[in-house]
Design a protein around this ligand. Sequence first.
Ligand code: SF4
Length: 256
Amino acid sequence: MINLTVNEQPVTVPEGTTILQAVRAAGVELPTLCYHEGLAPYGACRLCMVTITAPHHGLVASCAYPAEEGLMVETHSPEAVSARRLALEFLLSRCPQSEVIRELAAQEGVTASRFGTPPPERAEELCVLCGLCVRVCREAIGAAAIGFIGRGMERRVGTPFEVQSEACIGCGACAEICPTNAIKIEDRGNERILHTWHTTVELHSCPECGRYFAPEPTGFLKDMFPEIENLWALCPECRRQRTARQWIEQEHTRAT
Ligand code: SF4
């Protein structure tokens, strides 16, 4: 176990814990955008900045910095607060229309950005480049269908050549994890349209009720779930009903 302090409060955490996890274990709130406990740390949004005051001094992204024995961490030192506000000014400048960013900024006392507003063609931008969609697609789904494109002000997330992605299975994990709702996905009839990725996938219909509910399993997804033809082919509601029926039948058989 590792012993450290957060805002002078002693905390003991297991080996392999990050400072952010230790801060949260101490009951201290820190905002994050690019962090997800199920994915590798990325340290992109700079909202979780903290100051280490001993045994050395430094300003670090707490999500990507390992907790160490004897570390003394300050979450609201003037430099940590200032770094967080600066990051929020950048985010506000990039995505002034984002409710999430505006709320986070307001919580830190930031209501305007000295870095101006985006050009008219990007006035509606909601993507904060946190990379969660890219990482969940690669690390959790195993599809690696999207990635970062361009540099500087032109940096964005997209599919290779920004055309229909053959690697995308249409799972929707990217939209689910996006903290600013920047990824637009729509189910229309037997298709799932991933507007942001210029990609359309076919939807699978439930063999019992006929409702289209999930992407047609293709490629590696079909290999991963050989039983897809059976229970997993049903929509969640029919699956629940069939499981309940099977359970009742089993109980009835056991009782007679
Ligand atoms: S919907 Fe496509 S891009 Fe999004 S996580 Fe799934 S495979 Fe990746």
